[in-house]
Design a protein around this ligand. Structure first.
Ligand code: NAI
Ligand code: MG
Length: 497
């Protein structure tokens, strides 16, 4: 591996001090005094020691969020909330490079890609700023006896608990904060234990932006302790969760005691369908990056690559060649196309699936193993992998691997591929590659998932809703639907006689 880091591996935020919890506008240590280390998955080096928030800290953060919600925050007008969100957008833009570096250091994302997404990330924050001034209910004509005025008001849902994963810490954090602020809610955010640094740095930016104490709280800690307490907390009105469906199910159960409102953005095993009439020069890199992007650690990754039989051999060979040529390495190197997996656990999970695939009879055309030579050995690197001879019932074709592993499956007809593409517990993403518009439309309509891309993959826009069918969850992020999920509807029936 050649590393030729172009980016500063020592941002000022990593100053050797213990990173504290952000509660009620202050930086505080965990009540129980615990800390945990967060490491660089490319090198194994410890980056920082982070306060380990537990149930007590979550309780303090929820109490602060409640006080802010019942207190000064409820008097903030939409334009004031908009200004705060815009101030946050400006600060994220100003410090964008540093935030990307923290993401790369903490979870491995190649900076060559993230650094190009400034407008997408900042634009998404600005989108919610606009939404803050677009909240409206409705007046309703009634048939009541007498003079009545009836309307439906929109109100913020209250205190929101946001639990996020590690695969895109910057983007996940700013989305969850901006939508809550737009709706007038307050928030307790629990970052993933694998990647808490960027969320904590954004806490500093919230303070600098002038967001009042208690409106945004960030409590780093583990899922089974801090996360579980947040999910069960009786004074939390809503949980917004992004992560695995297993954890999603636990959160649904934990929240049942207080009947919370929930939004669940869970995993996937998305089909990416390549027809013989596709523009293959575009479909090859498109299909490869549909999975290899972020080392496959993307919820909507197009990991089930269905290829029309007449081009199966050629197409699979070309995608494998693309994978074999990818520059895998430390994400701080601007030339790196694929970084490490986030953690030793994730490395173990993914390599286990590589073994399972081989045992099930699939053939790794490229990759198929961990990379251990030289500097690779210190990090969690896996080679971009393309399996052929995959059948629908193999575990590598059914389970979310969350690594750079493509399962290539041949198909014959539209009906055949649609029913097999839908034969999954998930329904998050999907792709169709063809030059026939009618075919594209027909297939896209029949795929049961929250997003379908045609001749593209992983393209997102803040105005366009994103979310799952089936066990990929419910609720939508992005678009006008997103803010609505942070609002309550109140009927007002006013006797005007
Ligand atoms: P996870 O779903 O367990 O973690 C996501 C978040 O949930 C983290 O903040 C974690 O601390 C929290 N959490 C964990 N247990 C909790 C509990 N009992 N109550 C409340 N919060 C809890 O994901 P993990 O363990 O990091 O990854 C395991 C697998 O999950 C991956 O291999 C991948 O297949 C899948 N995954 C999918 C994601 C997606 O966006 N679709 C994101 C992350 C993981
Ligand atoms: Mg976990």
């Amino acid at each position: 591996m050649t590393t030729n880091p172009m980016f500063n591996a020592n941002p000022a935020f990593l100053d050797g001090t213990v990173k504290k919890l952000f509660i009620d506008g202050c930086w505080v240590e965990a009540k129980a005094g615990g800390t945990f280390d967060t490491t660089n998955p490319a090198t194994g080096e410890i980056l920082a020691r982070v306060s380990e928030g537990g149930a007590q800290d979550i309780d303090l953060a929820v109490a602060a969020a409640r006080r802010a919600f019942e207190g000064p925050w409820r008097n903030f007008k939409p334009d004031q909330r908009q200004n705060l969100i815009l101030a946050l957008a400006e600060l994220v833009s100003k410090h964008y490079e540093e935030l990307c570096i923290l993401d790369t250091l903490d979870m491995g994302m190649p900076i060559g890609r993230s650094i190009q997404n400034r407008e997408r990330v900042v634009g998404s924050i600005r989108y919610y700023a606009a939404q803050a001034m677009s909240i409206h209910g409705e007046t309703i004509e009634n048939s009541l006896d007498g003079e009545f005025f009836t309307c439906a008001l929109k109100e913020p849902i209250g205190v929101v608990g946001a639990i996020i994963p590690w695969n895109s810490p910057l983007f996940a954090t700013v989305k969850k904060i901006s939508v809550a602020l737009a709706a007038g809610c307050t928030l307790v955010l629990k970052p993933a234990e694998e990647a808490p640094l960027t969320p904590l740095r954004i806490g500093e930016l919230c303070l600098e932006a002038g967001i009042p104490p208690g409106v945004v709280n960030i409590v780093s800690g583990f899922g089974e302790t801090a996360g579980a307490r947040l999910a069960a907390h009786p004074d939390v009105d809503k949980i917004a969760f992004t992560g695995s469906h297993f954890t999603g199910q636990k959160i649904i159960r934990a929240s049942a005691g207080s009947v919370k409102s929930l939004s669940m953005e869970l995993g996937g095993k998305s089909p990416n369908i390549i027809f013989a009439d596709a523009n293959l020069d575009k479909a090859v890199p498109g299909a490869a990056m549909a999975t290899f992007n972020n080392a496959g650690q993307i919820c909507c990754a197009g990991t089930r690559m269905f290829v029309e039989r007449s081009i199966y051999d050629e197409f699979v060979a070309r995608v494998a060649e693309f994978g074999s040529r990818m520059r895998v390495g430390n994400g701080l190197d601007i030339n790196t196309q694929m970084g490490p997996l986030v953690s030793a656990e994730q490395l173990a999970r993914v390599t286990e699936y590589l073994t399972i695939g081989a045992q099930e009879g699939a053939e790794a055309v490229t990759g198929g193993q961990r990379l251990t030579e030289g500097a690779y050995g210190k990090g969690n690197f896996v080679a971009p992998t393309v399996f052929r001879n995959v059948t629908d019932n193999m575990r590598i074709a059914r389970e979310e691997i969350f690594g750079p592993v493509i399962s290539a499956i041949p198909f014959d007809t539209i009906d055949d591929v649609v029913s097999r593409a839908n034969d999954t517990i998930f329904g998050l993403g999907g792709g169709v590659w063809t030059t026939d518009v009618g075919k594209a439309h027909k297939v896209a309509r029949r795929i049961r998932s929250g997003t379908v891309w045609v001749n593209a993959y992983n393209v997102m826009d803040p105005s366009v809703p994103f979310g799952g069918y089936k066990m990929s969850g419910y609720g939508r992020e992005g678009g006008i639907h997103h803010v609505d999920e942070y609002l309550q509807t109140k009927a007002l029936i006013l006797n005007t006689d």
